[in-house]
Structure formats: structure tokens, C-alpha cells
Design a protein around this ligand. Structure first.
Ligand code: NAD
Ligand code: ZN
Length: 346
């Protein structure tokens, strides 16, 4: 398809990005072109926008930003077999090589040669975008585009909560950013019987309540550990889902786990941190699990079903919707933290 489109392009090493007219891309072999209906901002988009150390190491400029998306397929590259024009799709953002040990043993989400949509390739904050056929996820037509574009971070939440096997259990979620908030809804849908959420931001604690948290607390002004003990018959939680990356949350979240319980870590601390392995992990026989991205495509099947069957209401988490042109407002809100998921619409 010939012509120009609006896109948010990261042009320069340094803070900021620009809304520009660029050529509509042509899908190559094994790729499809979509007309973007909805996108959402992820924390990593903010890192690229602000140009932190991670962005500097990983992103080659100029590049179109964004990776969370829903849209309609409007053109196919050569050899595309599983997608047709008109399909309503979203995208997994891991682009696996398909050839390494991990890819060949059922672990494409930890591919040794992983590329990421919108990090290593042009992204989706645009009127049109290219997706790899291997990453295309077919959405049920009943799912609103805004919800469909959030399935990628929802997959992070699902992978983390799944690790805790939470049915009938008492759990703690540390960090109620967009992903932690999604995790509250997932834990509720999966049948956790008590969900305690620790989050310093009051705006986000209120959304956590709407998503189904039984108890929310402020870890800066309240004592997390004693509140957990008090609310779990003196035992500690069966499972902690760590979704903040904050050092104190990681240390206290681990101390909050009962002997024989488990903890999954999704949040990314900026620096190495210390934990008391002897007392908090080994002597308690706690199972500690690292979570990266989403298992392809187990989490997508779960996300799609939760949304199609209305087992998960995302509306409290979707706090703002802006046109693409107002992306700077979205980035500012993300930085300030008084938001859940922010939708950008071309
Ligand atoms: P976010 O930064 O928006 O949310 C983190 C939340 O933690 C914030 O609301 C913050 O107020 C809260 N917080 C800060 N200190 C806290 C404390 N002491 N106790 C409890 N909460 C505290 O991030 P997000 O987009 O919701 O993502 C959550 C985390 O997961 C981030 O660290 C992100 O980098 C990471 N992440 C990892 C993967 C992965 O593949 N492992 C994927 C996506 C996101
Ligand atoms: Zn691979």
C-alpha cells in the first residue's frame, strides 16, 4: 500500500519523540500489515521516550515506538498462511528466532536471539504497522480493541499469577502499577480467596480495590509484614507476586511468604539487591520463580478466554484514552503514576 501515515518516531538519542508523516511500510515475506485500531503505553515505551541506559543499549534510531496493539489485517507479505485480510488481531511482542535450543524445546519466550517489537523493530504507535506472522494473535470479534491491545501486559500478569497456582489461596501482590492491577483481576478470576495488595500510590490502591483486592496497604506508612501476618491467621501468604521491582517490596514480599509457599518475581530492580537466603528462602523451603514476558501462546489463550467470557473486567485499569497526537500527555501521566493503562488511538 502506497502513501504516508502518522507515526510516533524516536529520532534522537535523548528525551522525547515526534509525531511524523512516514511511508506506510510494505510487509515482507512472513509479515502482515495491519491498520492499527488501538495501542497502549507500556513502561518500556516510557524508558525509550526518556532514553534511559537500557534504551540506549537496545534501540537503534530512528524507530517507530510502541508494541501493545490491536488492529485489522489489510495486506499480506509472501508465504503468509495463517492470517488473512480483514482478521482482527493483536501481537505477541517476542520475535523468536525459531532455531535456538530454547525455541526448539518449547520455550520461544526465552529465545537466545530474541528481538522485541517496538524495541528492535519498528513498532505500532502509528496508523499502520508490520507484524510477523509468528506473532499474530487472532482476537475474538466481541473483544473491544482497547482491551485487545492490553493482552500483552495481561499476559505478564497471567504468567506471574499462574506460577502461584492461586486457587483457594491467600496471596500478596507487591506493586499495583498497570501490570500489578491486571494481576489483581487475574488472581480474582483464578479463584484466589484473599488478595492483599501493597502499593504506595493511593490512586492505584483505589483501582486495586475495584479490581478485586480484599485489602490494600501503603508500604511506606504501614508495616507490610505485620499486616500480612495479621490477615493470614499468623502464617504468611501462600504466594507473593512481586510486580514493583522495588528492593523493599522484594525483601518484605519474600518475608511475607509462609513456609512452603512460593514467590514469583516479574518486577525489574535497577540494581542488584540482597536477600536473606538462609532465613527467608532456604529454611522456609520457599519456591522462588523468575518470570520473563509471556509463554507463547499459553497466556494468550487464557487472556482471550477471560475477556471473551467476561471473567475479567479491564475497565477500572483503563484510566485514560488519547489520540496518538497527544502521546506526550500519556507519557507525562505514566511518569507521574496517577494512571492505569493509557490507550493511544490513531
Ligand atoms: P510500574 O513501574 O508502573 O509499577 C510499579 C508499581 O510499584 C508502581 O505503582 C509503584 O508505585 C509501586 N511501588 C514502588 N515501590 C513499592 C513498594 N515498596 N512496594 C510496593 N509497590 C511499590 O510498572 P508496571 O508497568 O506495572 O510493571 C511492573 C514491573 O514489572 C516493573 O518493574 C516492570 O519493569 C516489570 N516488567 C517486567 C517484565 C518481565 O518480562 N519480567 C515485563 C513487564 C514489566
Ligand atoms: Zn530462538
Amino acid at each position: 500500500m502506497e502513501g504516508k501515515m502518522k507515526a510516533i518516531v524516536k529520532n534522537n538519542a535523548g528525551p522525547g519523540a515526534e509525531l511524523m508523516d512516514v511511508d506506510i511500510p510494505t510487509p515482507g515475506p512472513g509479515q502482515v500489515l495491519i491498520k492499527v485500531k488501538s495501542t497502549s503505553i507500556c513502561g518500556s515505551d516510557l524508558h525509550i521516550y526518556k532514553w534511559n541506559n537500557w534504551a540506549e543499549k537496545n534501540v537503534k534510531l530512528p524507530q517507530i515506538m510502541g508494541h501493545e496493539v490491536a488492529g485489522k489485517v489489510i495486506a499480506l507479505g509472501e508465504n503468509v498462511k495463517s492470517v488473512k485480510e480483514g482478521d482482527f488481531v493483536s501481537a505477541e511482542t517476542h520475535i523468536p528466532c525459531g532455531h535456538c535450543y530454547q525455541c526448539k524445546t518449547g520455550n520461544r519466550h526465552i529465545c537466545e536471539n530474541m528481538k522485541i517489537l517496538g524495541v528492535h523493530t519498528d513498532g505500532v504507535f502509528a496508523e499502520y504497522a508490520i507484524l510477523e506472522e509468528v506473532d499474530v494473535w487472532h482476537n475474538d470479534p466481541s473483544i473491544p480493541a482497547e482491551s485487545a491491545s492490553i493482552q500483552e501486559p495481561l499476559g505478564n500478569a497471567i504468567d506471574t499469577i499462574r506460577a502461584g497456582d492461586v486457587t483457594g489461596k491467600e496471596i500478596l501482590i507487591t506493586g499495583a502499577g498497570p501490570v500489578g492491577l491486571l494481576a489483581v483481576g487475574v488472581a480474582r478470576a483464578f479463584g484466589a480467596t484473599k488478595i492483599i495488595v501493597s502499593e504506595p500510590n493511593e490512586y492505584r490502591r483505589k483501582i486495586a480495590k475495584k479490581m478485586g483486592a480484599d485489602l490494600t496497604l501503603d508500604p511506606i506508612n504501614e508495616d507490610l509484614l505485620s499486616l500480612v501476618i495479621k490477615n493470614t491467621d499468623g502464617r504468611g501468604v501462600d504466594f507473593t507476586a512481586e510486580m514493583s521491582g522495588n528492593k523493599n517490596a522484594i525483601q518484605q514480599g519474600l518475608k511475607s511468604v509462609r513456609p512452603g509457599g512460593s514467590m514469583a518475581l516479574l518486577g525489574l530492580p535497577d540494581d542488584p539487591i540482597s536477600i536473606d537466603l538462609t532465613q527467608d528462602l532456604i529454611f522456609k523451603a520457599v519456591n522462588l520463580i523468575g518470570i520473563t514476558g509471556r509463554e507463547m501462546f499459553k497466556t494468550w489463550y487464557i487472556a482471550g478466554r477471560l475477556l471473551k467470557e467476561n471473567r475479567l473486567n479491564l475497565s477500572p485499569v483503563i484510566t485514560h484514552t488519547f489520540p496518538l497526537a497527544d502521546f506526550e500527555k500519556g507519557m507525562k501521566l505514566m511518569e507521574e503514576g496517577n494512571c492505569g493503562k493509557i490507550i493511544l488511538k490513531p
